[in-house]
Design a protein around this ligand. Structure first.
Ligand SMILES: [Zn+2]
Length: 298
């Protein structure tokens, strides 16, 4: 089974002026047509998943209206994602989005899980909070109790968001203090991947997804294979999850190409000489789906 652990969805009604602005700047940075990441649809996503052989995708809701102002309300975004999951229960798994500074964060998680069927939590500290702040501990306590995995952004973030909250090491204290809480660090913390690997290697409950590394695949493939290899050696293949960040980074490598990076693993000859070897079929299977399956309790 192939599972994409990191994917986004929105439509015209959800895109505020601020978000559109952000996506436009983002598109210019990636040197792509903005409509590729703005005008997206569930039909297109399912088509891309089918082409890539992806069975299930984790759809992440986002709570960004404390930073990207507009007509959007975070509860509406959670409702929106829940409706898509409800329509395609075999293909999608929903993670609710919440900004931990919200007074009713716990209440919203409970609503999302009990009423809307969400299976996890997406945190996006780029809006301006440190995930290891002890005032959020009651939230983590509740989420641990509810056995919900958390997928937390780490690494570089889009224009109009803050960088300083995104260091992978901020996950360490939460992971130590809540040992039963499963935390997936998005993007292998790129560009702080050594910090992400250190945090993942030392904490049995921390994992990483490989989304956004399509940039390295496209621009500096040696770094991609080298980092994947380092992550596997230091943390074990059971700690690495396939993720795409559709529709953003799939503009650099299609979903199918990205799956094939793991499936076929065509390591450049020079790297082979440096001692970097292919992953075993069992390790590839773990990364492509088995790890996510376990974390999601499927
Ligand atoms: Zn993302």
């Amino acid at each position: 089974m192939i599972i994409d652990a990191h994917c986004h969805i929105w439509d015209k009604t959800l895109i505020t002026d601020d978000l559109r602005d952000m996506l436009n700047i983002y598109a210019r940075q990636l040197n792509i047509d903005p409509s590729l990441i703005i005008d997206v649809s569930v039909d297109q996503l399912i088509k891309d998943m089918d082409e890539a052989g992806i069975d299930k995708t984790v759809l992440l809701s986002l709570d960004y209206d404390l930073i990207l102002k507009g007509n959007l309300n975070y509860k509406q975004y959670n409702d929106y994602v829940a409706n898509i999951v409800k329509e395609y229960p075999d293909r999608f798994i929903g993670f609710m989005g919440i900004d931990l500074r919200r007074e009713k964060a716990i209440e919203e998680v409970e609503r999302c899980v009990n009423k809307l069927g969400f299976r996890g939590v997406k945190l996006w500290p780029v809006t301006g909070f440190f995930p290891n702040d002890s005032k959020f501990y009651p939230f983590y306590e509740r989420v641990e109790e509810m056995e919900l995995p958390i997928l937390c952004h780490t690494g570089v973030s889009p224009p109009r968001t803050y960088l300083e909250y995104n260091r992978p090491v901020y996950i360490d204290k939460v992971a130590v203090d809540f040992p039963k809480l499963k935390i997936i660090m998005a993007h292998m913390g790129d560009p702080w991947y050594t910090e992400a690997i250190a945090t993942t290697a030392k904490n049995p409950n921390v994992y990483m997804d490989i989304s956004m590394w399509q940039c390295e695949f496209k621009w500096l493939p040696a770094l991609l294979y080298q980092t994947l290899f380092m992550a596997k050696q230091a943390c074990g293949a059971h700690k690495i999850l396939f993720g795409s960040d559709w529709p953003i980074y799939t503009t650099l490598a299609s979903l199918k190409e990205w799956v094939n990076v793991i499936k076929k693993m065509k390591i450049p000859f020079a790297l082979k000489l440096m001692g970097i070897s292919k992953f075993t079929d069992a390790e590839k299977k773990q990364i492509l789906g088995e790890n996510a399956k376990k974390i999601l309790g499927l």
